[in-house]
Design a protein around this ligand. Sequence first.
Ligand SMILES: [Zn+2]
Length: 400
Amino acid sequence: MAEKLFKALHLPRKAPGETNRQRDLNNLPESDEMVFRGKGDFLSIGTASEIDSLLAVSGRIGADPMLVQAATGNTSIKLDDVLWIKASGKWLAHANREEILVPVSLTETIRRVETNTDPAGQTAIVAGKTLGTSVETAMHAVIPHRVVLHVHSVNAIAWAVRSDGEAHLRERLQGLVWKWIPYLPSGLPLASAIRTAVKAQPEIQVFILANHGIVICGDTPLGTEALLREVETRIAIAPRTVPEPAWDDLNAIAERIGWRVPANPAVHALGMDPICRKMLAGGTLYPCQAIFLAPRVPMVSQFVSPSDAAEIDSAYVLVENRGTLLRQRQNPVEGLTLAGLAQVVLRLPEDAPIAYLAQKDVNDLLCADVYHYRERVEDNGADRLPFHNQPSGEPTVELR
Ligand SMILES: [Zn+2]
């Protein structure tokens, strides 16, 4: 797979049919001095095997809904002066069956960060398709470690949305070199905070990103994955147990208002558990909640009428003490994001002090090019879920 990537990329002179725009967007040097390890037509065996190893790790963590939901999360490796980073909108879970990495010049990517230009969206032609670099490219580039794994771990987020999260993690992460990064939007603002942190302490291997997720850094893909697993064990939180949803009532309500009953039991905790409802009523916990679901959580009683339901502008609705309903239209991305959200709030105790996103941050998220990003994520996921798909189109993803 890595060999194929390199062949597709290795275009020292303008290829037949290649436009100037493609050439401009691809930041790699235009001369044929493009020196990869081995300086040949193919990646060296060492480089190819490291990329394959990163792809194997990406596929494994991407298929774990406790770490990655839909297209969230991204991985990268720096080999010589090339940053191989996950393409925007691609799913880590698909790493073993389609090209998800974009190779770009590391020097040029860092130069862009230093001149306050976001390096996200740099493109390269990979296997005949133009792929753009992830929104988190700047963050990956400024970290000195060769391998960077960034995931939206349910356990990490359950700490990262708490104003006392850093204090709690101090004991759990004792002995590791780690840093809490206050919430900043993805892209240059977040990368700038990470850059400041690594300049002061280059050996940091674990970043907890407030209201966002976790970043793990290392020298090899397997070693970095092992560190991620260790951190996950240390920060694990047991979820609250919640009563089964009132299936009969819920089915009757769904039929009356024309919505559907999701199969995943965890999702129903949102409607069944008063603590979950209270946590969600307070505001938006993290960006994916606002981008893929809705910034505000709609809640109704079991007596909701079809006309009231028609007014709900959301992918889902909580029915108080009955469960959770989804819209009829099938959208696996919403289902996975909602399941992740349920797992996070099930790990927040009632007395946990929550640091919700500021309204301005939520507004900024929704002002960005969210519509096209959502579309790309949904297109990439359509019919290619890493999980067994039910006839309903809803992934039967078993969350622990
Ligand atoms: Zn992220």
